[in-house]
Design a protein around this ligand. Structure first.
Ligand code: CP
Ligand code: NVA
Length: 304
């Protein structure tokens, strides 16, 4: 594995390998065992959108692996003034050992990988959020023990989280159901991908139908970063696409709830359901650290 650009690029074996390493790094971290496998290495972190979890977990993770991380804001980089990504990639490749980038267009991430000569990690684009979904899968396996036989349900916008969860969930062997309004379906590339999974994938615009007998329920904000101008329109389109008591009673009695955060209480999830499942949701947030450390080890370590 040379980069982490999108879940579509990973095989099931690569995903499971990252999850196994993430579990090991988590165990070692909790037991005070140091693992400085990226000693002397530098990760550049380019942010063209806001972040709490991604920034802090990558920066801390890199430090725990013995390296350092540089926070590179769009406001300060020349890329923000129009320097082409092709040139930025070739320059940064001469200083850094890896780049994590959070931006709008997936093409920018793919271009960085094409023109640069160092590993590129996608820290969220409008198309996908692979780091988040690796942490999500890690959390599901931690709480449920396995993937086989589980039904994962996502309710809400067919956005970057939906795109990545669908691909990741199906690849590891879960059944995946989606409920989204017809005008907000997942990316066509993802809807093409699911065809090979037959009835292990289903999509509806009726949340209760999608949630039936689910083992894991996911949701995400109705308005993602960059779509703020559509907030009011989206509030109308997504009314009813909420994880609440009614949805929970359609799911299995021991269903877990996941949210990538930040959450908007009483929009995509009620305060009551959120707080009842806070342990699972904040474990998921913690697992960003461990899953991303595993990704960095796999793509940046000299010993691959
Ligand atoms: N879930 C997630 O990526 O959070 P941040 O936007 O805070 O990084
Ligand atoms: N879909 C959200 C995820 C945030 C982590 C967004 O893109 O803003």
């Amino acid at each position: 594995m040379n980069h982490l650009l999108k879940m579509l690029d990973l095989s099931k074996e690569e995903i499971i390998d990252i999850l196994n390493l993430a579990d090991q790094l988590k165990y070692e971290n909790k037991n005070g065992i140091q693992h400085h496998v990226l000693k002397g290495k530098t990760l550049g972190m380019i942010f063209q959108k806001s972040s709490t979890r991604t920034r802090v977990s990558f920066e801390t993770g890199m430090y725990q692996l013995g390296g350092q991380a540089l926070f590179l804001s769009n406001r300060d980089l020349q890329i923000g003034r129009g320097e082409p990504v092709q040139d930025t990639a070739r320059v940064l490749s001469r200083y850094l050992d890896g780049i994590m980038i959070r931006t709008f267009e997936q093409k920018e991430v793919e271009d960085l990988a094409e023109y640069g000569s160092i590993p590129i990690i996608n820290g969220l684009t409008d198309f996908c959020h692979p780091c988040q979904v690796l942490a999500d899968l890690m959390t599901v396996r931690e709480f449920k023990g396995q993937f086989d036989g589980l039904k994962m349900c996502y309710i809400g916008d067919g956005n970057n989280m939906a795109n990545s969860l669908i691909v990741g969930g199906l690849k590891v062997g879960m059944e995946v159901s989606i409920a989204c309004p017809n005008d907000y379906q997942p990316d066509p590339q993802v809807l093409e991908f699911v065809k090979q999974y037959g009835d292990k994938f289903s999509m509806t615009d009726v949340p209760l139908e999608a949630a039936k007998d689910a083992d894991v329920l996911f949701t995400d904000v109705w308005t993602s970063m960059g779509e703020e101008a559509e907030t009011e329109k989206r509030k109308i389109a997504f009314a009813g696409y909420q994880i609440n008591d009614e949805i929970m009673s359609a799911a299995k009695p021991d269903a877990m709830v996941q949210h990538c955060l930040p959450a908007h209480r009483e929009e995509e999830i009620t305060e009551k359901v959120f707080e009842a499942h806070a342990d699972e949701i904040f474990e998921e947030a913690e697992n960003r650290l461990h899953a991303q450390k595993a990704v960095m080890v796999r793509v940046m370590s000299d010993k691959k």
